[in-house]
Design a protein around this ligand. Structure first.
Ligand SMILES: Nc1ncnc2c1ncn2[C@@H]1O[C@H](COP(=O)(O)OP(=O)(O)O)[C@@H](O)[C@H]1O
Ligand SMILES: [Mg+2]
Length: 363
C-alpha cells in the first residue's frame, strides 16, 4: 500500500498544502515544535479517521478555525483510491472515492502501523492501553472482530445495567447474557490466536534487530487461563461456568466481573515480565519489534503492506539502535514516513518543516 498524495486544510499548526510522497522513505525534519508530529498525524488521520495522540478530535482543528479536513490519494493492490475526513466541532464526515460513507466502512481500508515515543506505555501503562492497542490491531485487518467488539461493548453496558438493577430474572436478561457469552468467547479466541501468531514474529524481530541472546514473548492473560487447543464451543462452556460461579458477586456489586473487558497482555523477556524487569532501552526495543511484527501480521492477514509511521526516531533511539532499524527498513518493501530533528542515513524524499510550513521537497 502506498500513499501518493495528501492535502489538508486547517490541520493543527500546518499551513494548508498539497504534498506528493515517495513510495519508499519520506523524511520530515525540523526543530521541535515546528509541526513534524502534526504532519504524521495528518497522514494517520486521513488513513484511519483517528489521531494517534489524542482522543479529542477537535484538538486537531487549527486554533480559531471552525473546521478541518484532510485527503489522501493512495494505491492498494488493486487500484488507486482516495479518501478524506472532514470535521467541525459537531460532526465528522468520511469520504471514500468521493462518496460519503460511515466510519465502520471507512476503518481498515488503509492499513497503518505507527511508532511514536508514547508507545512505551504499551509496556508501562495500565491494561486498558494494551487492550485498546491489540483490539485496534486485530480489528484493522479483521472486520468480524471489529463488529464483535462493538456489539460486545454494547451488550456489556446493557448487562451491567441489568445487574445493577438486579433484573437478572428478566426474560431479556438471559437473551443478553447468551449474546454476552457468545461474543466474549469469540473475542477471546481471536485474541488468543493473534497473540500466538504475533508472539513468534515478535521474538524473531527482537532477536534480529536488538539482542539475539534473548527470548521475547507475548502472553495473553484472561479469566479462563490458557486457551491452547480449545475450540469455540469449549471456550463458551467455560465462560458459562465462570459466570455461574460469579453470579452472586455480580449481583452484589452490580457489574460484570469477568469478560474480555478485563484481559491483559504481558511482554516476557527471558522469562521475566518486561514491565517490572526490563531496562528502558529494552522496553523501547520491545515496542519497536512489536510494531514491526504488526506490519508482518497485516501482510499475513490482508496480503497488503501497511504504511509505517515513525515519529521522532532520533530522540528515541541511540545511534547503534537507529542504524540497525534503518538498515532493517531499507531491506523491506515499505512506504515509510519518519520524523526526526536530524538528518538520517537514508535515501529519502525530504521535507523540512518550519512553523507549520513545508519548506522544500513538496510538489
Ligand atoms: N490545533 C492547533 N492549532 C494550531 N497549532 C497547534 C494546534 N495543536 C498544536 N499546535 C501547535 O503546533 C506546534 C507543532 O506541534 P508538533 O507537530 O507536535 O511539533 P514537532 O513534532 O515538530 O515538535 C506546537 O507548537 C503546538 O503548540
Ligand atoms: Mg514531535
Amino acid at each position: 500500500m502506498e500513499i501518493l498524495e495528501m492535502n489538508y486544510i486547517n490541520f493543527r499548526n500546518l499551513e494548508d498544502r498539497n504534498i506528493r510522497f515517495s513510495p519508499r522513505f519520506n523524511l520530515f525534519f525540523g526543530k521541535n515544535g515546528q509541526g513534524k508530529t502534526s504532519i504524521l498525524e495528518a497522514i494517520y488521520f486521513s488513513a484511519t479517521g483517528k489521531s494517534f495522540r489524542t482522543a479529542k478530535n477537535t484538538e486537531l482543528i487549527k486554533y480559531n478555525k471552525e473546521k478541518m479536513g484532510s485527503y489522501i490519494l493512495y494505491r492498494d493492490l488493486i487500484s488507486e483510491k482516495s479518501q478524506s475526513v472532514k470535521m467541525d466541532k459537531n460532526k465528522k464526515e468520511y469520504n471514500y472515492n468521493g462518496k460519503k460513507i460511515i466510519f465502520d466502512e471507512f476503518y481498515g481500508k488503509v492499513n497503518v502501523v505507527t511508532f511514536i515515543p508514547e508507545d512505551i506505555e504499551l509496556i508501562t501503562g495500565s491494561p486498558i492501553v494494551r487492550r485498546t492497542f491489540f483490539d485496534g490491531e486485530i480489528a484493522q485487518s479483521n472486520y468480524d472482530y471489529f463488529k464483535d467488539l462493538k456489539d460486545y461493548n454494547k451488550i456489556l453496558k446493557i448487562r451491567n445495567k441489568y445487574l445493577k438493577e438486579k433484573k437478572n430474572q428478566d426474560e431479556l436478561f438471559s437473551i443478553y447474557e447468551d449474546k454476552f457469552i457468545k461474543l466474549a468467547a469469540r473475542l477471546m479466541k481471536k485474541r488468543f490466536e493473534y497473540v500466538k501468531n504475533i508472539s513468534i514474529i515478535l521474538n524473531l524481530n527482537y532477536r534480529k534487530l536488538f539482542d539475539e541472546k534473548k527470548e521475547l514473548s507475548l502472553k495473553y492473560e484472561n479469566f479462563l487461563g490458557d486457551l491452547k487447543g480449545l475450540d469455540l464451543n469449549t471456550i463458551e462452556e467455560k465462560v458459562v461456568e465462570k459466570i455461574a460461579h460469579y453470579r452472586k458477586q455480580e449481583l452484589k456489586y452490580g457489574f460484570s466481573m469477568i469478560g474480555p473487558q478485563k484481559d491483559d497482555f504481558k511482554f516476557i523477556l527471558n522469562s521475566k515480565e518486561a514491565k517490572s524487569y526490563s531496562s528502558q532501552g529494552e522496553k523501547k526495543s520491545i515496542i519497536f519489534s512489536l510494531k514491526l511484527s504488526e506490519i508482518d501480521m497485516v501482510i499475513r492477514e490482508k496480503r497488503e503492506t501497511p504504511i509505517f509511521i515513525i515519529d521522532d526516531i532520533s530522540s528515541y533511539f541511540d545511534s547503534i539502535r537507529k542504524e540497525n532499524i534503518i538498515n532493517y527498513l531499507k531491506r523491506r518493501e515499505l512506504q515509510v514516513f519518519i520524523s526526526s530533528t536530524s538528518n538520517l542515513e537514508i535515501e529519502s524524499k525530504d521535507f523540512e518543516i518550519n512553523k507549520g510550513e513545508i519548506q522544500n521537497g513538496a510538489v
